[in-house]
Design a protein around this ligand. Structure first.
Ligand code: DNO
Length: 395
């Protein structure tokens, strides 16, 4: 298994020299500055690659091995294969990446919002802070801030009453904060930041697009892009929905093992792969994580490893320390290591310790939400410990 680290680029609070100190060897990054939908040029990718891969004398090398993500424009999700220009531009970006020898591309197919939380700094009993998704706060936002038409039908009366109380207790500042967190897109997000009116407009644009249609659009996208990926030895890895269920009445189609099975059946190309994210999939109690890793082993090229804890009826969750929460990380790593041993050294799975608690010095510093250095390093160190115990020394 190759140790990855998500790096948000030259402006990020965590520098490449700091990444090196964590022991990670593989960089996971994107050209975050390029507007969604514009094709990446080879020159731009090379420039970033040279920043990552130029190693100061005496230091260990870093390799840019995963693109997370080339965002998929909204038009592709709404129109599938008909969004020809957008798909062509996506393929052009893939070609630029492939020309630079980068072999793994992560993407997602979540409409309107990418990963979603309601709190960035939920204080845990240790004093470190975690990201959290509170279903009641989410419902309060959906019903009373966004005032989405028809939303009330999707909540029980008890949910609506509870959301009303939560909303009434929220200060103006809290309402502004939850609006910012949900609509302005979290770090690395692949959707556009939106104002409330724009958000409403986007939702209307999805009228008539149900899960079946969205899946068909993803299949059309994959049918168009996998030949280019296959020809260049690039693996595409679909990130699961986070959280793995419908939000705002929108369909989500990468939430369960059956969702992935349907996509692999529809587009069997070896380039059609999976980003195996335990934090996203693990929120859904019915997702058996080791079984998913076993079932789709050969499709997994990239893994996000972290844990979440479901609260109450399970719709609320927070991000726990990497080896705590609802994920059996040892069982998961046994499956990934077994697959890794079947592969050649060039094809081993890249994993990164995903997210991390904000703790120690990071509590005082500016951090990228979800991605503070120390919490992620704690996670990486713990994951490395398991790998060593399994006799699988990470590279
Ligand atoms: C959040 C990330 C997501 C992910 C994209 C993949 O921490 O896992 O932003 O990068 O959904 O396209």
């Amino acid at each position: 298994m190759r140790q990855g680290w998500r790096w948000f680029g030259p402006e990020a609070p965590v520098t490449l020299d700091e990444v090196r100190q964590t022991g990670a060897t593989n960089i996971v990054s994107s050209l975050h500055q390029v507007p969604i939908g514009r094709a990446w040029t080879e020159t731009e990718v090379r420039e970033r690659q040279s920043l990552i891969e130029t190693t100061p004398a005496g230091r260990s090398a870093l390799t840019w091995s995963v693109i997370e993500s080339i965002p998929i424009p909204d038009a592709v999700k709404r129109k599938g294969g008909e969004a020809k220009a957008e798909i062509e531009s996506w393929i052009a970006s893939l070609e630029s990446v492939a020309a630079c020898g980068i072999g793994i591309i992560c993407y997602n197919f979540m409409p309107v919002v990418d990963w979603t939380r309601t709190e960035l700094d939920f204080v845990t009993p240790t004093g470190a802070t975690a990201m959290r998704f509170d279903h009641e706060r989410f419902a309060a936002f959906d019903l009373f801030v966004l005032q989405r038409p028809g939303a009330e039908k999707e909540y029980s009366q008890a949910d609506r009453e509870r959301a009303r109380v939560v909303f009434d207790e929220m200060s103006e500042a809290e309402i502004a904060e939850i609006t910012r967190i949900i609509t302005s897109a979290l770090p690395g997000s692949t959707t556009e930041p939106l104002t409330i009116p724009q958000f409403r407009e986007k939702l209307v644009a999805y009228d008539g697009i149900d899960a079946k249609k969205l899946r068909q659009h993803l299949v059309e996208f994959l049918e168009a892009v996998t030949p280019a990926a296959e020809a260049r030895g690039v693996k595409l890895t679909l990130h699961p929905d986070d959280p793995p269920r419908s939000l705002f009445g929108l369909p989500r189609i990468a939430s369960t093992a059956d969702d992935y099975a349907a996509l692999f059946d529809a587009v069997p190309s070896a380039a059609n792969g999976m980003c195996y994210c335990t934090g996203s999939l693990g929120v859904r109690a019915g997702n058996d994580l080791p079984a998913i890793a076993r079932r789709f082993a050969s499709r997994i090229h990239f893994a996000h490893l972290r844990a979440t804890t479901r609260e109450g009826d399970g719709r609320t969750f927070h991000e726990s320390a990497h080896l705590e929460g609802d994920v059996d990380m040892v069982a998961v790593l046994k499956e990934l290591v077994a697959e890794d041993r079947r592969r050649g050294p060039e094809d081993t799975i890249v994993f990164r310790s995903d997210h991390g608690h904000r703790m120690l010095d990071d509590l005082e510093k500016t951090v990228t939400p979800g991605y503070p250095a120390i919490g992620r390093l704690r996670g990486l160190a713990e994951l490395r410990g398991i790998l060593h115990a399994l006799g699988a020394v990470p590279t």
